[in-house]
Design a protein around this ligand. Structure first.
Ligand code: H2P
Length: 825
C-alpha cells in the first residue's frame, strides 16, 4: 500500500478494522468497551499497515543492497508509540474520527498507552529521535538494545521524598513488538581459554565457556514520517539456554530446578539508572556484553545471509557506539573474526577499525566507564587476552612512535589503568578503534579535543569531530502540540515537519500583532491544559496567566536544579518582605528522577518539595509564586509540559552539559531560554539571536580560571547578603518545621564541600537574568516576538539534520546508491 492509498483509508474502513480487532481484545462486545481494549484494537489496526510497510522496506533494502547503520545503545527512551505512529503514517485524523464514532476521544486512548521507558534521560531519548529520523530519511538502519523487563523506575513522592517502584511497562503486553525466534542467539560467559595446536603447528585459542545464555530478539517497528520506510529496533531479552532442570525437579529440588532460568533472565531484568553507585556492577557488565554479543552476532548473520565472503563487510555495515556502554562490541567482533572465522590478527583489527564509530556524551569523569580487569578475567577471559594484545600493539606502535620512551604517556593512554585494582578504560578502547569519534555539540566536541582526549587528538588529527544533537519535530511539535502545529501550517508552506528550516518563514510574522495574539492564545490554551494536569497530579491550583517556568531533565548537581531553588527562595523572600513587589506571577515546574543511589540528587528533590509545600500554602504572597514538582517525569509527561512552557531553564555549569536536547524541544515550542553558555545553548543563542534568549553565568574559560585560582564559595556566601540569608534559611527549620538541618545536605555541598558545580559563583548573575526576564514578560508583544523567534529559528535542531551530518561526515551513507566499494583484506 502506498502512502497515497493509505491516506485514502476512509474513516469507515479504519473503524471496521478497529471493530474487527476488538473481537480479539474485548471480552464482550455487547457491553461498554474498555479503554485498554480499544487501545489494543487501534494498535493492531495500525500494525497491519506498519508490518506491510516493514516487509516492503526489507524487500527494497535487499534489492538496493545499501550500506546499513547499526546503532548500539543500552538506552532507548521511546515514550508512547500510538500517537507518533499515527502522525507518521498520516493517519491521525482518520483514527481520530473513527474512534470518535466508536465513542472515544483519541487523546483518552493515548493515555492508556504505557511509555517505553528503556532509558534514563537525554542519551536514550536522543537514540529514539535518531531512529525516527533514520526511518524518515529512508536510511537502512537498525537499532539494537536491551528488552528490559522493567524500564526506568516509577517515581512517586511520599512525605516529599522520592519513592521508586518497578516500571511494569509490559504488564498488559506491548502491542508494538514482535518476537523473532529465528534470529535468536547463544551467548557464552565465564569459563577458561585453552591454547590448542593445529595440525600445521599454529596455535589457536579456544574459549570453553562456563555458561550459555540465550538472547531472544523482540522487534519494535520504527515508522518513518510521511514515507514508505519502516525500520526496526531490535531488543534482546535474556533467557536460560536450557529452561528447566527436570532432573532437579524430579529429585524434589523445586528451587534449583528454576535457578538457571532465573539467573539468566536477571540479565535483561532492569535498566541501571545513571550515576548510581549501587552494587550489581557484575550484572551491568554482563548486561553490556550480552547485548553487544547478541547484536554483533546478528549483524554477522545478516551479512552472511547475502554474502559468501567477508570482502564487503566493512562496506555494508557501520556500527555506531552510543557512548562507551557498548564498547565490548569491539572485542566481541575481534573474537568472532579471530576465533570463529579464522581471520589473521591484522585483518580482524583492520576490519574493526573500519566499522566502528563512537559518540561521546559526557566529559564527567565518573561517567567514563571503567571495568575491572578481574571482571574481564572471570567473565570474558578470551576478550581480555584480545584487549591486552590491542593495548600492546597500540602502546608499542602509535604511542611509542609519537612519544618515544615516554612511560608517563604510555601509562596515561594505556587501555589499562594501573592501581590497586587494574581497570579497563572503555573510552580509550572506543577511541583507538573507531574511525570517527564525535561529541554532541560544538563546544562539547571542542572540549573533547582539548581537555578529554588531547593526546588522542594529536595521534589522530582527523578522528575527533562534532555532530550537534537534534530532536524529531514529529513527536516534539507536530504530535505533542497540535494547536501550534495547525497555526504554523497556516503560515508555513510545505511539510515543515520534514524540513524544519521552513519554520524560518515565521520570522516574517514575529511582529505581526494578529499572529502574536494567535501564537500566545495557543500557548495559553496549552497552559490551561497543563494546569489541569498539575491539579490532577499534585492537587495544586496554578494560574494559567502566570509565567510557566520549566526545568525538566535528570536530577543532577551539574544541571543545577538547586540553583533554580535558590532563586525561588530569593523571590519568596523578596515577596515576604514586600508582598506588593511588582513581579509577574510565576509557576516553577520541575520534572526529574534522581538515580536511586544518588543521595544528594534525592535531597534536592526533597528540598524542592518542602519549599514548594510552604510556598504553595502561604497566603501572604497572593499566589504570585507556585512551585510544583510533577511526579514520574517521562516522555509522555514531557509532551504535556513542553507545549505549555514560557521559560526553559538550561542552567548547567558551563562545560558540564554536553549538549542538552530539552533546550531544543522547549524552544521549538516557543519557550524562551534562560541559560548558561553551555552545550547546545550556545548554538541555540546563535540561531535565535541574543535578543531572544537570557544568557547568564560564567563561561567555560571563566570556570576553568576559577578552578585554577582556587574557588572559595564561602567568601561569596559572606559577601552576598541575599544569598547568605537564603542559605541560612534553608539550614533552619522554616521549611521542615521542628526538624532543623533537614535540608542542610544542599548547603553542606555548597559551603563545606567546595560547591563543585559553582552554584554560588553564578547565583547573582542568574538572579539578574531572571529579573530581566520578568521585566521582558511585562511587555507582552515583545515576549510574543521572542517566543515566535524561538520557534522560527529551531530549524538547525531537527534530528534529520543531525542524521544527515552523521550520514555524510561519519557513516558515508548514500541511501540511493548501492554500496560498491569492496574493502580489501
Ligand atoms: C546526556 C548528556 C546531554 C546530552 C545527551 C544526548 C548523557 O544526556 O548529559 O548533555 O544532550 O546525553 O547526547 P542526559 O544528561 O540527559 O542523560
Amino acid at each position: 500500500m502506498t502512502s497515497k492509498s493509505r491516506k485514502n483509508i476512509t474513516v469507515k474502513a479504519f473503524k471496521a478494522r478497529i471493530q474487527h480487532h476488538l473481537n480479539f481484545h474485548a471480552v464482550d462486545l455487547s457491553h461498554s468497551i474498555d479503554k485498554k481494549a480499544i487501545l489494543m484494537a487501534v494498535c493492531s489496526s495500525v500494525n497491519e499497515i506498519v508490518f506491510d510497510k516493514l516487509q516492503s522496506t526489507n524487500i527494497r533494502r535487499h534489492e538496493r543492497n545499501s550500506r546499513s547503520i547499526n546503532y548500539l545503545s543500552l538506552e532507548y527512551l521511546m515514550g508512547r508509540m500510538l500517537s507518533n505512529n499515527l502522525h507518521n503514517l498520516q493517519l491521525f485524523k482518520t483514527a481520530q474520527a473513527a474512534t470518535k464514532e466508536l465513542g472515544f476521544e483519541i487523546e483518552d486512548i493515548f493515555e492508556e498507552g504505557h511509555d517505553l521507558a528503556l532509558g534514563n534521560g537525554g542519551l536514550g531519548r536522543l537514540a529514539a529521535c535518531y531512529l525516527d529520523s533514520l526511518a524518515t530519511l529512508d536510511y537502512n538502519a537498525m537499532g539494537y538494545g536491551i528488552h528490559y523487563e522493567h524500564g526506568l523506575f516509577e517515581q512517586q513522592f511520599y512525605n516529599n521524598r522520592q519513592i521508586e517502584s518497578p516500571d511494569e511497562w509490559r504488564e498488559y503486553g506491548n502491542p508494538w513488538e514482535v518476537c523473532r525466534p529465528e534470529a535468536e542467539q547463544e551467548i557464552p560467559l565465564y569459563g577458561h581459554v585453552e591454547t590448542v595446536a593445529e595440525t600445521d603447528g599454529t596455535l589457536r585459542k579456544v574459549w570453553h565457556p562456563g555458561q550459555i545464555i540465550k538472547g531472544v530478539p523482540w522487534d519494535v517497528p520504527i515508522v518513518g514520517y510521511n514515507c514508505e520506510t519502516v525500520n526496526v529496533l531490535r531488543l534482546w531479552e535474556s533467557r536460560a539456554s536450557s529452561h528447566f532442570d527436570w532432573e532437579a525437579f524430579n529429585a524434589g529440588d523445586y528451587q534449583d530446578a528454576n535457578s538457571a532460568q532465573t539467573q539468566a533472565e536477571t540479565i535483561s531484568k532492569v535498566l541501571y539508572p545513571n550515576d548510581s553507585t549501587a552494587a550489581g556492577k557484575e550484572l551491568r557488565f554482563i548486561q553490556q556484553y550480552f547485548f553487544c554479543a547478541c547484536s554483533i552476532k546478528d549483524i554477522i548473520r545478516r551479512y552472511l545471509k547475502h554474502h559468501d565472503d567477508w570482502s564487503q563487510f566493512a562496506d555494508k555495515f557501520v556500527i555506531q557506539l552510543n557512548d562507551t556502554h557498548p564498547t565490548i562490541a569491539i572485542l566481541e567482533l575481534m573474537r568472532l573474526l579471530l576465533d570463529e572465522y579464522r581471520f589473521s590478527w591484522d585483518n580482524a583489527w583492520q576490519m574493526c577499525k573500519q566499522v566502528f564509530a563512537y559518540t561521546n556524551h559526557t566529559l564527567l569523569p565518573e561517567a567514563l566507564e571503567k571495568w575491572s580487569v578481574e571482571l574481564f578475567e572471570t567473565i570474558l577471559p578470551r576478550h581480555l587476552e584480545i584487549l591486552y594484545r590491542i593495548n600492546e600493539e597500540f602502546l608499542n606502535g602509535q604511542v611509542d612512535k609519537m612519544w618515544p620512551g615516554d612511560t608517563a604517556m604510555r601509562r596515561k593512554l594505556s587501555l589499562i589503568e594501573e592501581g590497586q585494582q587494574k581497570m579497563v578504560r572503555m573510552a580509550h578502547l572506543s577511541v583507538i578503534t573507531s574511525f570517527k569519534v564525535n561529541g554532541v555539540a560544538e563546544i562539547h566536541s571542542e572540549l573533547v579535543k582539548q581537555d578529554l582526549f588531547p593526546e588522542f587528538h594529536k595521534l589522530y588529527p582527523n578522528k575527533l569531530t562534532n555532530v550537534t544533537n537534534g530532536i524529531t519535530p514529529r513527536r516534539w511539535l507536530k504530535a505533542c502540540n497540535p494547536a501550534l502545529s495547525d497555526l504554523i501550517s497556516k503560515k508555513v508552506k510545505g511539510d515543515w515537519a520534514k524540513n524544519l528550516s521552513l519554520l524560518s518563514t515565521l520570522t516574517d510574522y514575529a511582529e505581526d500583532k494578529k499572529f502574536q495574539q494567535q501564537f500566545m492564545q495557543v500557548k495559553r490554551e496549552n497552559k490551561v491544559k497543563l494546569s489541569e494536569e498539575i491539579k490532577k497530579l499534585t492537587g495544586v491550583s496554578v494560574n494559567p496567566d502566570a509565567i510557566f517556568d520549566v526545568q525538566i531533565k535528570r536530577l543532577h548537581e551539574y544541571k543545577r536544579q538547586h540553583l533554580n531553588l535558590l532563586h525561588i527562595l530569593a523571590l519568596y523572600r523578596r515577596l515576604l518582605e514586600n508582598p506588593r513587589l511588582d513581579i509577574n506571577p510565576r509557576v516553577f515546574i520541575f520534572g526529574a528522577k534522581a538515580a536511586p543511589g544518588y543521595y544528594l540528587a534525592k535531597e534536592i528533590i526533597y528540598a524542592i518539595n518542602c519549599v514548594a509545600e510552604k510556598i504553595n500554602n502561604d497566603a501572604r504572597i497572593n499566589d504570585k509564586l507556585k512551585v510544583v514538582f510533577l511526579p514520574n517525569y517521562r516522555v509522555s509527561l514531557a509532551e504535556k509540559i513542553i507545549p505549555a512552557a514560557d521559560v526553559s531553564e538550561q542552567i548547567s555549569t558551563a562545560g558540564k552539559e554536553a549538549s542538552g536536547t530539552g533546550n531544543m524541544k522547549l524552544a521549538l515550542n516557543g519557550a524562551v531560554t534562560i541559560g548558561t553558555l553551555d552545550g547546545a545553548n550556545i548554538e541555540i543563542a546563535e540561531e535565535v539571536g541574543d535578543d531572544n534568549i537570557f544568557i547568564f553565568g560564567k563561561t567555560v574559560d571563566e570556570i576553568k580560571a576559577l578552578n585554577r585560582q582556587g574557588y572559595d564559595p564561602v567568601s561569596i556566601y559572606n559577601s552576598e547578603p541575599e544569598l547568605k540569608s537564603i542559605i541560612d534559611w534553608l539550614d533552619s527549620d522554616y521549611f521542615t518545621p521542628g526538624k532543623f538541618g533537614e535540608l542542610s545536605a544542599i548547603t553542606q555541598s555548597l559551603l563545606n564541600d567546595g560547591d563543585h558545580y559553582k552554584v554560588l559563583a553564578d547565583f547573582v548573575s542568574y538572579s539578574q537574568a531572571q529579573e530581566a526576564l520578568d521585566k521582558a514578560y511585562k511587555d507582552q508583544a515583545g515576549w510574543a516576538k521572542m517566543a515566535i523567534m524561538n520557534t522560527a529559528m529551531m530549524g538547525k535542531f531537527t534530528s534529520d539534520r543531525s542524521i544527515e551530518d552523521y550520514a555524510n561526515n561519519i557513516w558515508s551513507l548514500d541511501k540511493n546508491l548501492p554500496a560498491t566499494q569492496a574493502v580489501k583484506l
